[in-house]
Each structure stands twice: as C-alpha cells, then as structure tokens.
Write a protein that binds this ligand. Structure first.
Ligand code: WTA
Length: 658
C-alpha cells in the first residue's frame, strides 16, 4: 500500500463527547498546531510554564534553555533543584496516600498486588536508607538487574532519592552483557532478585549476576541486594550478598530526598549503536522528567483516575519513561505486568484490560502482530470499553496490524498513538495526540511539543523542504528530555548524534514526510537491527560470533520478518583448516545467546566459504541484505566485488537454488 492510499482516520467522536469521556487536554488540530508553534518558537516560555505546572522544584530554575547542538552543551532549567523520587512519590503520598500507585499483575493472572502511594513512599525511603548503609553516596552508580516486580520500581526510585544514578540492565541480558555494563559504570552495588518468573518459567537472575561478577574487573562490586521472588535456593557470597527483606527490616522508613540540580544525572541506560560496545546513554533530572510527564499527559491524554498500562520491560527506555517516571510524576496508577501476552493464553492482555479497567494501553507492533495472527477469538467477547488510548512503540507498525489494533481492540472508539522515539530522546518525539490528530495507519504523524523534525538528504546533508520526500530524520533544535552525553565518552556522543549533520540531532532513522507533513519512520539507516522492538547492533553480534574459536569472519544483517519486523541473519566463514562439524550452526547460535542474551538469537546462521568483498576487502553487507530479503535480482553493480562468483554460491546457500 502506498502512503497516498492510506486514508486518514478522524479523531473518534467518542473521545470528544464529554458525556462519555473526559475532555482531552488538546481537543483540536488547530489547538495542537498553535501549541506546537509556541513550543518551538518560544521554548523558554512554553517549557518554563510546563516545568512549573508538572514538576515540583525545591529551588526554582532561572534559565530554561541553554546550549546548542553545535557545542554539544545542552542544558535545561539551570539553577533549578528537584528530586525525581519526591516528584514521583512524596507529593502524591502527602495528598493522596491511599491512591494506588502500582498495580502489579504477576505472572499468574490471580497474583495481583496493589501498592499505594503511601506504601511506595515508605518502601522507597527504606530502600534509600539501605543503599546508604551499603555505602552508596550521591553520584555513585547503582546497577539494577531485576524482573518485572514492584521492587524494581522501588529500587529505581530509591537510587533517585539519594542522587545515585541507576543503570537498569534488562533481565534478558546474559552474564557477559551484564558484566560489561556493571564495569563500564563502575557500580559497587547491584540490586537483583533470587529469580524471576515469566510465562510460567523461572529465570535465574541471581545466578546470572553471580556469573557476571565472578570474574575479573566486576570484582569492584561490594554489595548485591537480593529480593526474594520465588524462594528457590540460590548461591550466596558471604560478605557481599544481602537479602532485601533483611535490610529493609532494619532500615528507617524516613529518608529526606536529596535536592538535585536539574542537570545532575538521573540514570544511565545502555543501548546499542553502529559500532563498538554499548553506549551508556545519560539522562539528567529536570528535562528528562518533564519530557516523560508531559508526554504521558498529552500523548496518552492522562486524566485523574485513569489506569495506565505500558507493557514494555523496565529494562528498556520505554519501561523507564512510561511505566515509572512519566505516570508516577503525574500521580497516576501504573500497571506493571510480569508475564507475556500469551501466558496462560493469548487473551492475557484483554483479560488484564478488562480486569483493571485500563484506560491507556501501550505495547509494541510485534505483540500486536503475534496476537492478530493467533485469531480474533482471543479478543472477542472481552469488555474493553474502558480504553481510550492505544499506543504502539519500538518499530514501524504495518497498516494491517494498526487496523487490527484499531478495530478489534479499540472497536474504532480509541485513539491509536503510534509513538516514535528512542532511548536517546528520553520521551516520545513524534506522535498523534488523542483528541487532536487525525491518524494514518503506519505513520507516527506529527511532532510533539518542542520537536522540530526535518528530513535531510543523506549525501549532501542538506535539509529537504519540499513535501512528499524521503531522507534521514533529524531534529533541528534541542528539547528538554534529550540525552546529554554518553557516559564517560562525550566525544562518542558528539560523533554519533551531533557531528554527522552539524547543527542537527541525527536520529539514525530514515523517514518520509508526506504532503500533510506526516512523518513515516522507515527504520534504521545505520547498522542497528530492530528485532521485536529490541535494538541490537550488528557489530556486537558479529563480535560475539568471532569470539568463537572456529570463526574467521562474520557479517550480520537484518532480514525482513512478518512477525518480529526484522530478524538476524549471520554469515560466517571459518578459519582455515577448521572443519564445519555437525551442529556448528547451532553452537554459533548459542554463542550469541550466551554472550548477548536470548533475545539476540540469530534466526539463521550460514556457514560460507567467503564473504562478498570489495577488492579492498570490505564486506558488502548490502548484497547479503538483498539476498536474504529475496531481492537477488536487484543486486545492482557487483563488478566491484573481488570475486563476483561468490554471489551465486550465497544465493544457493540462502534459498537453496541458483
Ligand atoms: C525504532 C525505543 C518506527 C527506531 C523507544 C528508533 C520506531 C529505535 C518507533 C529506538 C515507531 C521506535 N515507528 N520506528 N513508532 N519507535 N522506533 O532506543 O528505529 O530501543 O531509532 O527506543 O526504534 O529504539 P530504542
């Protein structure tokens, strides 16, 4: 389907009917446009007001906006002091201690825990005192490796309370990946659980932490705080490991929040890039918190009494901004879901929505595609009438999945918000607003407040101003929640985001802009693969493969996949004189799982005699990509290959025919 054939859906009438729904914060396209114009023309005024409306400052800021892309010195709300944990917990607990802050839906549908703001304040304060007693001081980084349990949120906010930046590592990462992240940020305390539960299975979180810390440099870790989730026996390192409950029992339940400068680091989150090791994306306190809260307010149209649910994992940025910081800053009830969309059956999401009367539901296209494929019978019959906003994030959503989400889940009565953003942007940057923006299936539509997206010609780097164009997506002025640096590596930050197109922030994505000014994000233009919304670097997977003793060289590319968006194809050549023994492909697949984590499992590993290379020895990944995606008749000029005959061999390997 071409862009032109996709008709716009008007805002559902129900959302604008005050007898049926609360009045949306922005209720017409004109209102959005004038607010957006003000936000980009007078950001000081717009964000100064918003920061005072949505956040509580212990000391007011005096400069709203500072710095430039050219200088890489962006700062917001200078002079201001605030504490994120105070903003997320205390101020709501003081006003409304019995309001539910977190609904935890455990792995089994009958395991529901509700935690009020009053209880959250007590637990966060206690944990903050525990961290202090383990020697954590303002500015020390703390690593968190936890499953989807409320204690993960308690741990995050406890760090925040004492000004210790957290580095949450997704609990699907392997011991080696965890070690790299713990070492890079010099964490001396790691918070984990004995095990996790997901989809009826136990996940050995503590054992993975032990493996990660056992050897070498990660010995710097002095304390591991272990929450008891399943009660299974776990190995124990005396003098290092302590039980969460033992320490909490001893701790005082009062801990004054540390006043932080707006630009003090709030957290690090490692993410994959084109090259080298993962980058510790650093977010600061004021701007980030404002971005998270403002987008929940406007993009999810958060209203008092809503029950807001984001299905992401807390280990990714979506979990940070849209399970924890955004909703809690607004005093919302946020749902934390421990299980999977198909456990114990594919009605789990719909059961969750019906049971908790969820008003905003946020998930990824992969989940939508998988559930659509399993059939409508799993969603039919559920009462989903509480829903107003359905969000999608992580990868482009194909129109078929969008339509299904809209019709089967939203019953054509909800706003579908396809939200585009990145770990680095901190919060959503392109998205419809529920009461204002007509939507088109597959387009993230229009920029959020403060965001000026532009399309650049990738070769000249010049802005393309005409309508109906495709190029690389960049942002032309700073916004509050953008990441400020890469931890301990500011030059890498500059080289990745600000230097490629001077004067602009480069997203790494390709995009089109149609005649209505709508943005259609096409996917990464760098060596990042997006599998089920998980961001992976080809370089990292290649280096995992090359670390196997038999492998000489590897090239990893993203293939198209109906379910996961993209999938990993690895082309591997072996060292001379190595025989490809039985099961080597399997072993190499396991190697990647072991070094990175199960979510990075290659779909196919091809053992090949050599890679398609230029005469200077550079692997032409473009050719591999075309072959894998069935475009071998569109290879273009292959005369620059050192050995053009290799192409036929590769086609045969992948497709079994010449
Ligand atoms: C992709 C996840 C199209 C994009 C929040 C981006 C999307 C990368 C969308 C960031 C969307 C995210 N439409 N593509 N709505 N949302 N992406 O850092 O390629 O894990 O650069 O952040 O996901 O992934 P990350």
């Amino acid at each position: 389907m071409t862009v032109e054939q996709i008709a716009a859906h008007p805002v559902p009438q129900r959302l604008l009917d005050e007898s049926r729904c609360p009045k949306p914060h922005v209720s017409s396209l004109e209102q959005y446009k004038s607010m957006w114009q003000e936000s980009v023309d007078q950001p000081e005024k717009f964000f100064g007001n918003l920061a005072n409306e949505l956040l509580s400052w212990s000391k007011p800021f005096d400069t709203v906006k500072h710095g430039s892309f050219e200088n890489g010195d962006i700062a917001w709300f200078l002079g201001g002091e605030l504490n994120a944990s105070y903003n997320c917990v205390d101020r709501h607990a003081m006003k409304n201690p019995d309001k539910v802050a977190i609904i935890h839906e455990g792995d089994e549908p009958d395991q529901v825990r509700k935690i009020t703001y009053g209880e959250l304040l007590r637990d966060v304060s206690k944990m903050a005192n525990v961290l202090k007693s383990r020697g954590v001081r303002k500015g020390d980084n703390v690593a968190i490796y936890m499953p989807m349990i409320p204690e993960a949120i308690v741990a995050i906010l406890a760090c925040t309370r004492i000004g210790a930046p957290h580095s949450v590592v997704f609990a699907g990462f392997s011991a080696e990946s965890l070690r790299d992240r713990v070492v890079d940020c010099s964490a001396r305390v790691v918070i984990t659980s004995d095990e996790g539960r997901r989809g009826g299975k136990n996940i050995a979180t503590k054992r993975i932490v032990d493996d990660a810390l056992g050897k070498g440099e990660a010995n710097q870790v002095e304390s591991v705080i272990v929450f008891k989730r399943t009660g299974s026996p776990v190995p124990w390192v005396e003098d290092r490991d302590v039980w969460w409950h033992d320490e909490m029992d001893k701790a005082r339940s009062v801990c004054a929040p540390e006043p932080m400068n707006a630009e003090d680091p709030l957290f690090l989150l490692y993410t994959s890039g084109s090259t080298g090791s993962p980058k510790g994306i650093l977010h600061t306190t004021g701007g980030y918190l404002l971005g998270a809260a403002a987008t929940v307010k406007y993009i999810f149209d958060y209203q008092p009494n809503d029950v807001y649910a984001c299905m992401a994992d807390i280990g990714w940025v979506t979990g940070h901004s849209y399970i924890v910081y955004g909703p809690l800053t607004l005093g919302a009830t946020t749902v934390l879901f421990e299980s999977t969309p198909t456990y114990p059956n594919p009605s789990r999401f719909w059961d969750l929505i019906q049971k908790h009367k969820i008003t905003q539901f946020y998930t990824a296209p992969t989940a939508i595609r998988a559930l659509r494929r399993l059939g409508d019978q799993w969603v039919d019959g559920y009462d989903l009438s509480s829903l107003r906003v359905l969000g999608s994030v992580g990868e482009p959503i194909n129109p078929e999945a969008w339509d299904w989400y809209n019709e089967k889940v939203g019953k054509n009565q909800c706003a579908i918000v396809d939200t585009y953003w990145q770990t680095e942007t901190g919060s959503i940057i392109v998205s419809p607003l529920p009461g204002a923006t007509p939507t088109k299936a597959g387009s993230a539509t229009l920029p959020f407040f403060g965001i000026k997206p532009i399309i650049l010609d990738p070769t000249t780097g010049k802005e393309i101003t005409e309508p109906d164009v495709t190029g690389v997506l960049a942002i032309s002025q700073p916004w509050p929640s953008m990441s400020r640096t890469v931890y301990n590596n500011h030059s890498r930050y500059l080289d990745t985001y600000l230097n490629p197109y001077p004067g602009f922030y480069f997203t790494g994505d390709g995009a089109s802009r149609d005649t209505d000014g709508y943005i259609w994000v096409r996917g990464r233009v760098d060596d990042v693969i997006n599998v089920s919304g998980h961001r992976l670097s080809t370089a990292e997977i290649e280096s995992a493969l090359v670390s196997h003793e038999t492998v000489a060289e590897s090239a990893v590319i993203g293939g198209n996949d109906d379910l996961t968006g993209q999938c990993i194809h690895a082309f591997v050549s072996l060292k001379p004189h190595v025989e490809a023994g039985e099961g080597l492909e399997k072993e190499l697949t396991l190697q990647v799982r072991k070094i990175i984590g199960p979510f990075a499992t290659p779909k196919r590993v091809y053992l090949i005699s050599d890679h398609p290379k230029t005469r200077s020895g550079k692997i032409m990944r473009r050719i591999l990509r075309k072959i894998v995606n069935g475009e071998q008749d569109q290879l273009g000029d292959i005369s620059t290959l050192a050995d053009p005959s290799i192409v036929d061999q590769l086609v045969e390997k992948v497709h079994g025919v010449k």
